[in-house]
Design a binder for this molecule. Structure first.
Ligand code: 0RQ
Length: 503
């Protein structure tokens, strides 16, 4: 304990998770750290869930509003959702129990751009924060907090909350100290300061988080690991998608439109995004850089292989194997990885300045290049928009990737009209499926439709899309032709029959 908590006064605040849960009361507004399965509290949420169950059994209401950085894990979002202990949640999630409760109407969920979270907390959109619960890897002698594998909104959570509970996780590598770029007060408009990151590895803040020590009411100890989900090995579809993006990079480098080491790379969540990074391992590019929010196995392996110089992120989200590689090589990685608040990693200002190449996965795109990243059949929440919008609108190149079909071909990921709209035709530059790529830059909607149908749609759906498009053109409205009564009929057919294809 003395190694992890060097501040004597704070050591006296150590208590069990059950004791700390007594500070959590019904109706509280709580900021909880966590970002894509890293940096979230591991012990306290279970104790809060148990308290909720006991309160419910006694006939009393108990639930909290919860603002995180992004997704957490079963032992945080999952246990709390299962105990009906959450009434409001934002801004991103991916836990099945939480998702089911959101889609069953039990939890009010606000999906939002991650770059907006901290400023909206500061502006008071959520009211006052009664409590912040944050994970750290250690506390130094002055009481400065060393975050663990994810920062997210921790900086703002500590400032906004009236009381703070800290989970000190001794399972996290103690050598994480120094790998963060955490505190820098960007101020509020009209006096907001620039975030002076002009290259991916620039440091602008201090390497620790700060908190008024009087606000800290409890310290809970844990050694539990992060979520560490395993990634699927890249399948043929993912490899085909990666190969096309890499071909495009080659082409742009040869034409002198991209530097030889490309531009800072951002890669979204999930298997396909991870596979694109894996594809770069064998590509002829060196000295790559990363400026991303979540850094998964693919980017770690690029750094370990000497292909990527360094990368900036707000969280490290590794599979168990990759975590082992990270821990074994932490001395080599210390000056190649930097973790910052999501307000910096997702800042439109910085993304635009650096000329980031954004690569995100999607649920579906329509024939005009509008993208749905969040909703299944227009009504059910999958995970949330996360940072995909922050990057897509502001990146130098914005790619959306997906297999052309889902659910064994019963769903086309290229549809006449998206059933929910996250990224507009004005933001989306490239759509890539295993079938091919559509470069939408400088194209009108009708030109885009030809490219997307011919290059990206699955052969099983191409004729159906052409037929829709041809009839829409005949109906007039020739800027963005549509048959409004039919535009969402593919989704309706899937809801009714389990297949978008006409039997
Ligand atoms: O479902 O798991 O039940 O089989 O969706 O699909 O193809 O494995 O894709 O893991 O890359 O996730 C968009 C969800 C893709 C993710 C999304 C079904 C499919 C499968 C997953 P099963 P895949 P991935 C940075 C950026 C938004 C946030 C973001 C995401 C499951 O990338 O959440 O980009 N993105 N953040 O079968 C119905 C369709 C479907 C479909 C796929 N058209 N209709 N179901 N599926 N297409 C990180 C952060 O912001 C934190």
């Amino acid at each position: 304990v003395a190694e992890r908590i060097k501040h004597e006064g704070l050591r006296s605040k150590i208590m069990t998770a059950e004791q700390a849960a007594e500070f959590v009361q019904n109706g509280m507004n709580v900021a909880v750290t966590g970002f894509t399965g890293a940096g979230y509290p591991k012990a306290l949420p279970t104790a809060i869930a148990e308290k909720a169950k006991a309160e419910h059994a006694a006939g009393r209401p108990f639930s909290i509003g919860m603002v995180t950085g992004a997704s957490t894990a079963p032992e945080c979002d999952g246990v709390l959702a299962a105990a009906n202990a959450i009434h409001f949640r934002n801004p991103f999630q991916s836990d099945p129990t939480l998702r089911n409760n959101i889609n069953a109407g039990n939890i009010a969920y606000q999906d939002m751009h991650l770059s907006h979270v901290e400023q909206q907390m500061r502006q008071g959109f959520y009211g006052e924060f009664d409590l912040a619960i944050i994970e750290v890897s250690s506390i130094n002698a002055e009481g400065k907090l060393i975050p663990a594998m994810g920062i997210g909104h921790a900086n703002e959570a500590l400032k906004a909350a009236k009381k703070v509970i800290i989970e000190v996780n001794s399972g996290q590598n103690i050598k994480l100290e120094g790998m963060h770029d955490a505190v820098f007060d960007i101020g509020v408009p009209p006096h907001r300061k620039p975030i002076a990151i002009t290259a991916p590895f620039d440091r602008v803040g201090a390497p620790y988080l700060e908190c008024d020590l009087d606000k800290i009411v409890a310290i809970v100890l844990t050694d539990a690991g992060d979520r560490n989900s395993k990634f699927a090995d890249p399948d043929d579809n993912s490899k085909a998608i990666a190969a096309q993006i890499i071909d495009f990079f080659n082409h742009e480098v040869k034409a002198g439109r991209l530097p030889k080491n490309l531009l800072p790379l951002q890669s979204g969540v999930g298997n396909v995004a991870n596979a694109v990074m894996a594809g770069l391992l064998d590509a002829p590019f060196d000295d790559l850089t990363g400026y991303t929010e979540v850094l998964q196995d693919g980017m770690l392996d690029l750094i370990l292989a000497g292909k990527m110089k360094h990368a900036s992120a707000t969280a490290l989200s590794f599979s168990p194997d990759a975590l082992q590689r990270f821990n074994e090589n932490i001395d080599f990685l210390r000056d190649k990885l930097i973790l910052r608040p999501m307000e910096y990693t997702n800042s439109p200002e910085v993304i635009r300045r650096l000329g980031v190449i954004g690569m995100n996965a999607m649920i579906e795109a329509d024939i005009y290049g509008n993208v749905n990243s969040t909703h299944i059949m227009g009504t059910k929440m999958m995970n949330g928009i996360g940072g995909s919008g922050d990057f897509t609108r502001n990146a130098f190149f914005s790619f959306f990737v997906s297999p052309s079909v889902a659910k064994d071909g019963a769903i086309s990921c290229i549809v006449p009209m998206v059933s929910h709209h996250d990224h507009t035709e004005h933001d989306v530059m490239f759509i890539v499926t295993e079938q091919g790529m559509a470069d939408l830059r400088g194209k009108s909607p009708r030109q885009r439709a030809q490219l997307i149908i011919n290059n990206c749609a699955h052969p099983d759906y191409r004729d159906m899309l052409r037929d829709y498009y041809d009839r829409a053109e005949k109906a007039g409205g020739l800027h963005t032709p549509h048959l409004l009564m039919e535009a969402l009929s593919w989704h309706q057919r899937f809801v009714e029959t389990g297949d978008m294809r006409i039997k």
